[in-house]
Ligand binder design. Structure first.
Ligand code: AMP
Ligand code: MG
Length: 495
């Protein structure tokens, strides 16, 4: 019989100090909660096998299948600005890599038991955060935003001790890689230049084969990560996503959204919003995310200095010149995206600055009037087609006239576009989601699953969020903001 999964493990072939090899710790009573069959097929895996008792045993960590070389990866990281020289996979185990439709992908279990990097924690995950990560990462994928994916969720039949005892679960996560800014920091902190070079070469081969052939490959490596992060953070802002813990160990060099913990989406638009209960000073607030991304990238650049040039001054100059590119890249992605959200194609280069000001003015008015971020833009789509639809936008503003003033200028600007209202509205609906994982719905979903073993809300939300840009009138309730506009909502890290 051939092996059920054709692993090809490049990370396991890296030197021993990159990881600790160990198998997941078995759990008592594994039960499959959900399998992402479409993703399984994209990865070239057999969904029926994964759903079989042998498959579920593998997804629970109860059985190591042929070709898997399980390991916990070593990494370091800045947590809320403080450097920790050793973090590592404390509750995750990489089973191996597969080559799927979109290339090489890591298959990793999260919540699979303690590792040498667990410190004093249990290596486990509670069901609630597993379902949150499953749902939100799949919602991000459906929104078209680079992200790790969720292949499966399995309940363990065991309890994990948090503030109280909670049902445990294991998430199977899929990523282009799990290499983080913190992975580079791990080697830099040990002055292990050989390790750094090996890691950099691995990342180049894996994520930037083009850059590997560049005249200055390590400079190109940094430029690639900078570009991907600039795009990614712009995409986050454009859908109102707050990651919540943008520590350097939670920033992927592949440019995917990774490590969904206390993340949440804005209801009311306020750039100062920080949901995470541990983020007391708002370091990782919505509007700070571009700045923090750049700060993290500067930490990555520091680790690469010995590879950039033998001459330190020259290395610093190289790093700085690459980091300088972040701003323009981010601005272009963000302002281009904002323009599209208000129906501007971006073809009128001469108007770009005015367009950015127009979009910025809308955001300012939204913030002053506690307007719902997602609904404002979604309802604006119909208004582009029919001014009679203005009511559904202006009603979202505490002072509706704040919208009227803006709308008059917006219509004037739309008149300079090449397309008609119907085309504009169609283009806007393709970038302004009707459905995001609303925080109050996520909480309801988790409560139903954890308190009543009722997974129907989870399934239903997954189905709605798989088509975020479609109206789905029968599911309109999932598009609604909470009665309190979501002000004061808090998330907990859920480790
Ligand atoms: P995070 O902020 O969730 O990305 O996690 C930071 C570090 O803590 C990582 O090294 C994790 O592997 C580790 N960690 C988080 N939760 C646990 C847990 N329950 N058991 C062991 N390690 C954990
Ligand atoms: Mg993490």
């Amino acid at each position: 019989m051939t092996a059920p999964i054709a692993f090809d493990n490049s990370y396991a072939r890296l030197p021993a100090r990159f990881h600790a090899r160990l198998a997941p710790t078995p759990v008592e009573r594994p039960r499959l909660i959900r399998l992402n069959r479409a993703l399984a097929r994209d990865l070239g895996l057999d969904p029926d096998w994964l759903a079989s008792p042998d498959g579920v045993a593998a997804l629970a960590g109860n059985r190591v299948i042929e070709g898997s070389e399980p390991l916990a990866a070593a990494y370091a990281g800045h947590q809320f600005g403080n450097f920790v020289p050793q973090l590592g996979d404390g509750r995750a185990i990489l089973l191996g890599e597969v080559i799927g439709r979109d290339g090489r992908r890591d298959i990793q279990l999260k919540g699979s038991g303690p590792t040498p990097f667990s410190r004093h924690a249990d290596g486990r995950a509670a069901l609630g955060p597993v379902l949150r990560e499953y749902l939100v990462s799949e919602a991000m994928a459906a929104l078209g935003i680079p992200t790790t994916r969720a292949l499966a969720a399995v309940s363990t039949g065991e309890h994990v001790a948090r503030e109280r005892f909670l049902p445990g679960a294991v998430l199977t996560r899929v990523a282009a890689s799990h290499i983080r800014v913190g992975t580079f920091q791990f080697f830099a902190a040990r002055s292990d230049v050989e390790g750094l070079r090996t890691l950099a070469d691995h990342v180049l081969a894996r994520h930037d084969p083009e850059a590997a052939r560049a005249e200055k490959p390590y400079r190109a490596l940094l430029a690639g990560v900078v570009a991907r992060q600039a795009e990614l953070v712009a995409r986050w802002l454009l859908v109102g996503f707050v990651h919540g813990v943008m520590n350097t160990d939670n920033m992927s060099v592949a440019g995917e959204t990774i490590d969904y913990g206390p993340c949440a989406f804005l209801d009311t638009y306020d750039p100062r919003t920080a949901f995470s209960s541990i983020d007391q000073h708002g370091r990782y607030a919505y509007g700070n995310q571009p700045r923090i991304a750049l700060w993290n990238l500067a930490r990555l650049a520091e680790t690469l200095l010995p590879l950039l040039s033998a001459d330190e001054g020259e290395a610093v100059a190289e790093a700085e010149s690459v980091l300088e590119g972040f701003g323009a890249r981010f601005e272009a992605a963000y302002h281009g995206g904002l323009g599209r959200k208000i129906g501007l194609s971006g073809l009128r280069e001469d108007l770009r600055e005015d367009d950015a000001a127009l979009a910025g003015d809308l955001l300012k008015r939204m913030a002053e009037n506690q307007a719902d971020f997602t609904l404002t833009f979604r309802n604006l789509c119909a208004a582009a087609e029919r001014p009679e639809a203005d009511g559904a936008v202006r009603d979202l503003f505490v002072d509706p006239t704040a919208y009227d003033d803006w709308a008059a200028r917006w219509r004037e600007r739309l008149g300079k576009e090449q397309r008609d209202g119907t085309e504009t509205a169609r283009a806007m609906r393709a970038v302004n989601p009707a459905f995001i994982p609303r925080n109050h719905r996520v909480e309801e979903m988790i409560e139903a699953a954890v308190e009543r073993e009722d997974f129907a809300p989870f399934e239903r939300m997954l189905a709605v969020l798989a088509r975020p840009y479609d109206d789905q009138p029968e599911e309109a309730a999932y598009a609604e903001p909470p009665a309190d506009r979501g002000i004061g909502y808090r998330t907990f890290c859920g480790t």
